[in-house]
Design a protein around this ligand. Structure first.
Ligand code: BDR
Ligand code: CA
Length: 313
């Protein structure tokens, strides 16, 4: 059975991704690790605990980094609400997080299950980078990292060239990217267009308790996106990434790529250059060995089918 750790800064789309994983019978979720990102860690942890409870599961939640390793936290409460889940009174968990720090939990778990643990990273890379810096040899035994990060092959969502998860802690992202751990990246471009949910599709989730939880927790995105683009829609980047992890048939195209993360303090901070190694270049370019696959396209209808199925009773 596949073994997972899910590392997340729980906002609405992380919550939907967690539900998808927690409702999947054929995988083992060893723990959920939280960090500051979309909202401060106190909120992302409460949100993780609430999602676990909504799903009727007993999966432990471990708190990690409250801020990026080398800079102050930038949040996205303008997108997700102050509590990260739309500020509509959804969050009142009865359980508490574990005492162990998330980074210790990651290291202990990987050491206990060498070459078996897959980490799904749905937020900034701070916890994962800290684990790598603390004990690189142990982290080399991570089977795979699945990361929702980068603009993919599209535009940035926080600067013209940067996606939020990378931008929050690009130093950590570079550590994760250069660690040599095999990694698959699901960029922000995958969740737009037909993969995003219309207001009617969000309302279509209201007939089950889990569906209502996810619809209400993501409704705040409708107005946010309408104010940006003139069209109301809810994009679910982490949920798309989780669908790709759990259901490979959702992915229709991916490329082996050499990725470079810009972590210098310039307007390109947080940009990830993705070079498809099969593309010929006019100037010879020495490609370092690459361990990264970048998903280029998904089947949006199939993604939605899997999402809807996970929210049924
Ligand atoms: C990423 O940033 C967060 O706002 C989302 O939860 C997702 O992980 C998208 O850029
Ligand atoms: Ca996230």
């Amino acid at each position: 059975m596949r073994k997972f750790i899910i590392d997340t800064d729980v906002g609405g789309d992380d919550a939907a991704a967690l539900v998808m994983a927690l409702r999947e019978p054929d995988i083992e979720i060893l723990g959920i690790t939280t960090l500051g990102g979309n909202v401060p860690i106190e909120n992302t942890t409460l949100n993780a605990l609430q999602v676990v409870e909504e799903c009727g599961r007993e999966v432990p939640v471990y708190m990690g980094c409250n801020k990026p390793l080398m800079r102050e936290l930038v949040t996205a409460d303008n997108v997700h609400g102050k509590d990260g889940m739309g500020d509509c009174g959804l969050i009142h968990p009865t359980r508490k997080p574990e005492k162990l720090h998330a980074v210790e939990f990651i290291l202990e778990t990987v050491a206990a299950h060498p070459d078996e643990v897959e980490i799904v990273s749905l937020g900034p890379a701070s916890n994962i980078a800290l684990a790598i810096m603390k004990d690189r040899d142990t982290m080399k035994k991570v089977k795979h990292i699945w990361s929702m990060s980068t603009c993919g092959f599209g535009a940035g969502n926080i600067t013209p060239v940067a996606e939020f998860n990378v931008f929050v802690d690009a130093e950590s992202y570079a550590v994760m990217l250069n660690s040599g751990i095999p990694m698959t990246v699901a960029g922000f471009d995958l969740c737009l267009g037909d993969a995003s949910l219309t207001p009617d599709e969000l309302d279509g989730l209201l007939h089950t308790p889990l569906g209502r939880f996810i619809a209400e927790g993501n409704r705040v995105k409708l107005a946010f996106n309408e104010s940006l683009t003139g069209r109301a829609f809810a994009d679910l980047p982490d949920t798309v990434a989780m669908a790709a992890v759990l259901h490979p048939d959702v992915v229709t195209e991916s490329v082996t790529a050499h990725c470079y993360c810009c972590a210098e303090e310039t307007p390109a901070y947080g940009q990830v250059i993705i070079y498809d190694i099969k593309k010929p270049l006019s100037v010879k370019y020495d490609i370092p060995e690459t361990f990264t696959t970048v998903i280029k396209a998904i089947n949006p209808d199939l993604f939605k089918q899997y999402l809807y199925a996970s929210l049924e009773e």
